[in-house]
Ligand binder design. Structure first.
Ligand SMILES: [Zn+2]
Length: 583
């Protein structure tokens, strides 16, 4: 039932293109054209005109039928929004029937039109879904982790990472509605809502509203689960729990920096298991180290909502073994937690200050222990956040160690699925970073530092010691090391050595808001090579890339992952496998 597009609309769409390219906010409808929408899911419709009109002069139709006859949602008309024109917003709309929908808005001189694909789900096919996010995990992170963890002899890896042998693999496109390059807010939001969003936004379309929380919202998978099922929800991250990836499971904001709001949403979500860092946003402003701007004590609120609360890995373990633990809240660090290279080997960064942080494997196991008590099943999101946090400062060894940690955490989920085969496990980055392995650095090669990079036949193989039981080699500063290079970087000194004294800080503030190579590294190592950045000088770390993300999956429904897919289709597979859409 697609409306025929008249000449005037075709003409108008040219006008929109012209406006966009000249940087003026053009008239718009949200959800945007070509959006896919789960039948029965809740979303807001917003129409933004370029002109100021009377509400009576604005006619909105779906498939030719006046919107008021189609939906019962109340509308809010804004006569002149921020001086940019009239807007109207309909909150909590639901379209229960699958099909093609065309929404048209006509107002005096403006005509707008978008089309949406509303899709149903079949019956529920799976009891549990465990979604692992390797934040910023690029293919070379995976390869480096496999070299470290399994070794390679005469061209053959001596083993696989836990997600290497999953039967289904897809390449995922991660771009947002506004930009080729995404951040974790809008890329995770695509997984959790099935809608595209813009950089720094989650659970909303970015409209011309000024207030971060009034943009048109789309429902998240955790909200759908809580509204439609008796399943449990778990959220685990080794970043701050208010960071973009865990935040996008429950929040609707234009700005991922609204961390106090996101902490409030975690409490409001009713998720049964919440484990990670970022305790600073759960305590009232009067508490030492608190980053809240009010007097709310969320830790006390979790307690009175029946959560067991834990703050060390020992307490986590005890609570997760307790048969009476039905809800579990744990925070183990005021900020992002420390990575496995530091916690288990080097004891650098903040490990001395916070020696009792659990590993991602311990958080994953604890979450599964608690969530699997629910006979109705569960949805668990586990984020290995630090892969991205270490890729940004070009610290590839730390990123590789946390990729090994992710592999160990995924193994726990695979072990659970052996006795609970009705579990779909998905392992995917939310977006990629720019790294590649180009050879092997050999300290015995003659000449200046750069000449020690062996390429092709001169690369040979690295000589890391065989990994221990947990998959980590005990030493990384060996004489033959991977030559891992990032493709997008600020000014920095290339040392070709692992940073054993703490995470690499490639660039520091220079003049006029620019960043320059951190002189610490040339002072420590006089043959370090100055590398001029290839991204703008205001950027102090490496950046995300548009390279496809590699998704791996196993379990019922995983066969739907194949070929190249859009990130919004990951949501579609999950909600269809869980049967969350109406027929
Ligand atoms: Zn990032």
């Amino acid at each position: 039932m697609t409306m025929p597009i008249s000449r005037s609309i075709q003409f108008f769409s040219f006008a929109v293109v012209a406006l966009v390219s000249s940087g003026i906010h053009a008239a718009a409808i949200y959800p945007i054209n070509d959006a896919s929408i789960l039948a029965g899911s809740k979303f807001d419709i917003k129409v933004e005109l370029n002109s100021v009109v009377n509400q009576n002069d604005l006619q909105i139709k779906i498939n030719g039928i006046p919107l008021s006859k189609f939906i019962s949602a109340k509308s809010e008309f804004i006569p002149n929004e921020n001086g940019k024109g009239s807007s109207i917003i309909f909150r909590d709309v639901q379209l229960s029937k699958a099909g093609k929908y065309t929404l048209t808005a006509n107002a005096v001189q403006e005509r707008l039109q978008v089309s949406w694909d509303v899709y149903a789900s079949g019956p529920r096919r799976v009891k549990n879904i465990i979604l692992f996010i390797g934040d910023g995990m690029t293919i070379a992170n995976r390869t480096a982790a496999r070299v470290f963890s399994k070794g390679i002899v005469e061209g053959k890896y001596q083993g696989k990472l836990s997600f290497d042998d999953m039967p289904n693999i897809a390449l995922i496109g991660t771009s947002g509605s506004d930009s080729l390059i995404t951040d974790s807010a809008n890329s995770m939001s695509a997984y959790t809502t099935g809608h595209k969003s813009a950089v720094n936004a989650m659970g909303v379309y970015v409209s011309r509203a000024i207030d971060n929380l009034s943009h048109p919202k789309v429902e998240t998978i955790s909200e759908l689960i809580k509204r439609n099922t008796k399943m449990s929800v778990g959220i685990v991250s080794d970043a701050e729990l208010e960071d973009a990836t865990p935040g996008a499971v429950v929040s609707h904001t234009r700005r991922r920096a609204d961390k106090q709001y996101i902490a409030d949403q975690l409490l409001a979500s009713g998720a049964e298991v919440i484990l990670g860092g970022g305790s600073a946003y759960f305590y009232p402003q009067s508490a030492k180290g608190s980053k809240r701007k009010d007097d709310k004590n969320l830790v006390e609120a979790f307690k009175s909502d029946g959560y067991q609360t834990v703050f060390t890995k020992q307490e986590l373990w005890v609570a997760s073994q307790d048969q009476n633990t039905k809800k579990l809240f744990g925070v183990f660090h005021p900020d992002n937690m420390d990575g496995s290279l530091d916690r288990l080997f080097l004891k650098k960064n903040t490990v001395a200050e916070f020696p009792n942080q659990p590993d991602l494997t311990e958080m994953t196991q604890s979450a599964i222990n608690v969530l699997s008590k629910n006979p109705n099943g569960f949805f668990l999101m586990v984020e290995a956040a630090l892969i991205d946090k270490f890729n940004h400062p070009l610290d590839w060894e730390r990123a590789a160690f946390d990729t090994i940690m992710l592999s160990n955490a995924v193994q726990i989920a695979k072990d659970f699925a052996k006795t609970h085969p009705d579990t779909l496990i998905i392992v995917t980055p939310d977006h990629t970073q720019s790294g590649s392995i180009a050879g092997v650095i050999n300290d015995t090669k003659p000449g200046p530092l750069r000449e020690k990079v062996g390429i092709y036949a001169e690369a040979g193989y690295p000589n890391y010691p065989k990994a221990g039981l947990e998959g980590y080699p005990s030493q990384i500063d060996v004489s033959k090391r991977l030559a891992f290079f990032y493709g997008a970087y600020p000014d920095h000194y290339e040392t070709l050595h692992p940073k054993l004294d703490g995470t690499f800080v490639p660039a520091v503030k220079g003049e006029g808001g620019t960043y320059v190579a951190n002189p610490k590294y040339i002072q420590l190592q006089e043959d370090a090579i100055h590398v001029g950045g290839n991204i703008p000088s205001y950027q102090d770390t490496g950046v995300h890339t548009a390279d496809d993300a590699v998704l791996s999956a196993i379990g019922p429904g995983s066969e739907k992952f194949h070929g190249f897919m859009d990130n919004t289709e990951v949501f579609k597979v999950m909600v269809q496998t869980l049967g969350l859409g109406q027929k």
